[in-house]
Design a protein around this ligand. Structure first.
Ligand SMILES: C[S@@+](CC[C@H](N)C(=O)[O-])C[C@H]1O[C@@H](n2cnc3c(N)ncnc32)[C@H](O)[C@@H]1O
Length: 400
């Protein structure tokens, strides 16, 4: 059994065992979902807002705080440290190459390039955008780059920039899911995808493996952007798991928020507590105890108060509001539910990175099964991008 398969099974067992703490939708619940853990819920309500902020952004502090309540908390966080930063080789890039590239995107590209081994192969850049990464690969490795992208304008812009920089980059305007885009994938090639969403990177891995492509390196993102209603495991290891992941579950790895300022936090409090208050009201009126999704709201409406929000939401959902509704009471109920929801989300944070690594390991194990030597690690620090996992796979028989 490979190390990755073993780590996968260890994480899988803990995620399955602790499902009750993360596999649910906090905003759809009336209150805490752990009636059997009354003291835990009471303790969660003693956490004030500043502590909540602190714990949300410090996984070690959160782990320590949850250890008395969740016996696997320490082990879960410890297992995530088995995925280590990848070794970087400094590769200088000529001045001016960063022109027009947002700062953090540039840092991601530099880091991505510096962890890839030079294999002397032409590159395929999957879901390339304007081909920012392709430019750096082309100049660093002096190999041709094929950049495949769906949005025509991005291809035009990317082509123009490549011409100006005198780089050997060929843009292919294609849908990555189409049969035609298979033509872009070749055996003697190093395929890369920086932050290609869900099924887009999954289909790349499957198609590279089918063509026995020499090497592929991806940093996955947006695991929930899939065509099926539930996650489809890729590896034999994940196929044995009893976890069934919904799109909501698959969003958990992306729920690492940057610290928001007071104003943004206050706006969020108003909007979410209004939504939760209205949801309780509609449950009562409709006599159905299920969550009702409400469309996006113009932020200006929120300044008109809870009653105006309810009138708008009721209109959108075709609900008739009777006279004499005690809006103040429902607003207070919404605020109380907001506090509970936030604390359930806090608990789910403990499982965020373990689930992300579970998903990355599924891809890594799949590639191993397909005959690749695989390395999984982080290619940059989290402030540069929280989506910092990179899977690199080379065929065992590759000639260096
Ligand atoms: C998150 S962006 C990443 C872009 C680039 N790799 C980067 O890191 O800057 C995803 C890119 O995938 C492209 N894309 C989305 N669906 C696609 C499809 N079906 N076929 C090809 N490209 C697609 C989008 O247009 C977008 O440029």
């Amino acid at each position: 059994m490979s190390n990755y398969v073993e780590l996968f099974h260890r994480l899988d067992a803990l995620l399955v065992k602790n499902r009750q703490f993360w596999q649910f939708m906090p905003f759809a619940e009336r209150g805490f979902v752990w009636p059997q853990h009354a003291q835990f819920c009471q303790w969660l309500m003693t956490i004030d807002d500043s502590q909540l902020q602190l714990l949300t952004h410090d996984i070690n502090a959160l782990t320590a705080a949850l250890m008395p309540w969740i016996e696997d908390a320490e082990l879960l966080t410890h297992l995530t440290t088995e995925i280590q930063p990848l070794n970087r080789t400094v590769r200088s890039v000529p001045q001016g190459f960063d022109c027009g590239i947002p700062g953090r995107k540039w840092q991601q590209i530099i880091a991505f390039n510096e962890v890839l081994p030079p294999l002397g192969l032409p590159w395929l850049e999957w879901c390339a955008g304007k081909g920012y990464l392709g430019r750096v690969l082309a100049v660093s490795h002096q190999q041709s780059v094929t950049s495949l992208e769906w949005q025509q304008q991005l291809c035009i812009d990317g082509e123009q920039a490549a011409k100006q920089l005198e780089l050997n980059i060929n843009f292919v305007h294609a849908d990555a899911f189409s049969a035609d885009s298979d033509d872009a994938i070749a055996t003697e090639q190093h395929a890369v995808a920086l932050h290609a969403c869900g099924d887009l990177h999954v289909s790349l891995l499957q198609r590279v493996a089918a063509k026995k492509g020499a090497a592929v390196s991806i940093s996955p993102c947006c695991y929930h952007l899939i065509r099926q209603s539930h996650y489809q495991p890729m590896s034999a290891a994940a196929m044995t798991s009893t976890l069934v992941l919904s799109k909501h579950d698959l969003r958990l790895p992306l729920q690492e928020t940057v610290t928001a300022g007071n104003r943004v936090r206050q706006l969020r409090f108003v909007e979410v507590s209004f939504r939760l208050g209205f949801d309780l009201l509609q449950r009562e009126l409709n006599n159905i105890d299920t969550y009702l999704a409400i469309p996006n709201v113009q932020k200006a409406l929120l300044t008109q108060g809870f009653e105006a929000f309810c009138q708008w939401a009721a209109f959108k959902k075709g609900i008739e509001l009777p006279a004499n509704i005690d809006f103040n009471m429902w607003q207070r109920q919404g605020e109380k539910r907001f506090a509970i929801t936030e604390r359930m989300e806090l608990v789910r944070q403990l499982f965020r990175r373990p689930l992300e690594i579970w998903l990355a390991l599924d891809r890594a194990c799949f590639l191993e099964e397909q005959g690749y030597k695989v390395v999984l690690g982080s290619f940059c620090d989290k402030p540069i991008t929280p989506r910092n996992l990179l899977i690199h796979a080379e065929r065992g028989d590759i000639a260096k």
